[in-house]
Design a protein around this ligand. Structure first.
Ligand SMILES: O=P(O)(O)OC[C@H]1O[C@](O)(CO)[C@@H](O)[C@@H]1O
Length: 528
């Protein structure tokens, strides 16, 4: 297509919301004239399903749950039963708590103001808070955020040593919807031990965000933690960023949570529109369908040209892949759906993998995120009449054109600036796009049965490890993995036992030693 035709296509398909400045450009997606019309009945069905979801039907039938993240921004939409007042009360409590911390009404036990928060959580209980903290944080924030989002001991040591003696003025916020996630439980135990080593009484520093009656909730109640905030079963982990999960850490950090909620609310209203071309989330969902054939045949590359949006792709990776990546459709057919999501930021990635995007395997579509405002204040020229920001904008346009010239597709989302409002808007935009797309491909976007398999298998490995250690404790003869497996009655588990013992040998915790052999799998293990 020549540049005049492309310009016409751009003008025809550009979505622009004058109130927020949000723009969605789908002109560089190569759908043909009939595509939108052909998809219209399916899209209308998706709108109807979305309206039913928002009205409180059981939209997640496998778990028997309503799906209510949109209510968080507009509580009046919630069905009767006290949900609206719970949402409002929690918002009020978050703001009160944060302002009491900022004003010094709530202090660390030694009377000094809290200076840091250590957020312990994983998946939806960490990715949203991390994205917001990085996108909207600044050096002048009253409180600095740190995260434990894994059960990696060295990772935890690194974060705790960064905090160092400031642990005495660090509040720990443990976030887990289920309250039983092992990685988060382990992070909490390690954090608690760090306070103990520093002579500090953990409950006076600890806050929980979790479901009522969960294991974490019970721990927090019984130990008298500083505060508890609720999570509800009608909010999914990956859509929980506008609940206490995302709002509490953000409010403590000093981020404008009202602005974020306003942005999300405005976008929610915009994406309820049932005229497809006036609904930016519907346009995204349709483009995903076009690009991937509705079967995930291409990857979604998220390329924000803004450092502050670096973590957006990681956040979206869970939102999209945990929602869409399903073996079965809603009728029980095996469909193995999904869209792979990756990305980082431009122009940095132009010096990494964009070479392949332009010339290599064409198995992706790009979603550029463009931010019009370069920085607060004016920029210095890096060349005659050209700023660093001009370069960033130029690189985005250049890459978009270079890809398009080679028939590689892209969507461009434009926002005026990175602010609490636009970040809230982006979050709501993709939440809705995921919901609409899941209707188009007939899958339940709100459960995650596949995650359970890995958790169960890990439990089996740890139970086996305990048996192996107990067995080795009762024998002085070094044994191979095969011998141990036979001796404990699990001959089928020799490989798992071998791998578990290699890990045990590398660490001093269990006192396991190894007599190396060739091949390595014939090595013998003993407790020394
Ligand atoms: O908040 P929780 O219950 O600790 O769960 C953390 C994450 O684990 C998952 O359940 C599975 O990965 C996610 O859906 C969720 O965001």
């Amino acid at each position: 297509m020549n540049s005049v035709s492309l310009w016409n296509r751009y003008k025809t398909h550009l979505f622009h919301d004058p109130e927020t400045g949000l723009m969605i450009d789908i002109s560089r997606m190569n759908f043909d004239d009939g595509f939108l019309a052909a998809m219209e009945p399916a899209m209308q069905k998706a709108f109807a399903e979305m309206a039913a979801l928002e009205s409180g039907v059981i939209a997640n039938p496998d778990e028997g749950r309503m799906v209510g993240h949109y209510w968080l921004r507009t509580p009046s939409l919630a069905p009767a039963g006290g949900i609206a007042s719970e949402i409002a009360d929690t918002m009020w409590k978050i703001k009160e708590f944060a302002s009491a911390v900022h004003s010094g009404k709530i202090t660390a036990p030694d009377g000094r103001p809290f200076r840091n928060i250590l957020i312990v959580g994983i998946g939806g209980s960490a990715l949203g808070p991390q994205f917001i903290a990085d996108a909207l944080g600044s050096a002048s924030d009253p409180i600095a955020p740190y995260f434990l989002d894994n059960t990696d001991p060295d990772g935890m040591d690194r974060v705790l040593s960064q905090i160092g003696p400031e642990l005495a003025t660090t509040m720990t916020v443990v976030i887990s919807k289920s309250g039983g996630t092992k990685e988060t439980r382990n992070g909490m135990i390690e954090a608690k031990a760090a306070y103990h080593r520093a002579g500090l009484y953990f409950p006076r520093f600890a806050v929980a965000v979790t479901g009522a009656g969960s294991e974490l909730d019970r721990t927090a109640t019984e130990s008298g933690w500083l505060a508890r905030f609720p999570m509800w079963d009608w909010v999914g982990g990956r859509t929980s960023v506008t609940s206490a999960v995302g709002l509490l850490p953000a409010a403590l950090q000093g981020i404008d949570i009202e602005g974020m909620m306003e942005g999300a609310r405005i976008c929610d209203a915009m994406t309820r529109h049932t005229v497809t071309t006036q609904n930016p989330a519907a346009l995204l969902a349709l483009m995903w369908h076009h690009a991937t054939g509705g079967r995930g045949s291409r990857d979604m590359v998220i390329l924000p040209y803004k450092d502050r949006l670096l973590l957006f792709s990681r956040y979206l990776q869970q939102l999209i892949m945990e929602s869409i990546g399903k073996e079965l459709d809603r009728d029980g057919n095996v469909v193995c759906q999904g869209i792979s999501v990756y990305g980082n930021k431009g122009s940095t990635d132009q010096h990494a993998y964009v070479q392949q995007l332009r010339e290599g395997v064409n198995n992706f579509f790009v979603t550029f995120v463009e931010v019009l405002l370069d920085r607060t204040g004016i920029s210095l020229p890096v060349e005659q009449g050209v700023t660093s920001g001009d370069y960033l904008a130029g690189f985005l346009q250049g890459t978009r054109t270079a890809l398009s010239d080679k028939g590689r597709e892209s969507i461009t989302i434009t926002i005026p600036e990175v602010s609490a409002r636009t970040v809230g808007m982006l979050i709501a935009l993709f939440e809705r796009a995921v919901g609409l797309y899941s209707s188009l491909i007939n899958i339940n976007a709100y459960h995650q049965p596949g995650v359970e398999a890995g958790k169960k298998a890990a439990g089996t490995v740890l139970a086996l490890q305990a048996e192996v250690i107990a067995h080795l404790s009762n024998t002085e003869t070094p044994q191979t993995a095969d011998e141990i497996a036979a001796a404990i009655g699990h001959p089928e588990a020799a490989e798992t036992i071998f791998r578990t013992l290699l890990h045990a040998v590398a660490n001093t915790d269990h006192g396991v030693g190894m007599e190396r052999a060739t091949p390595l799998t014939d090595s013998r293990f003993v407790i020394e």
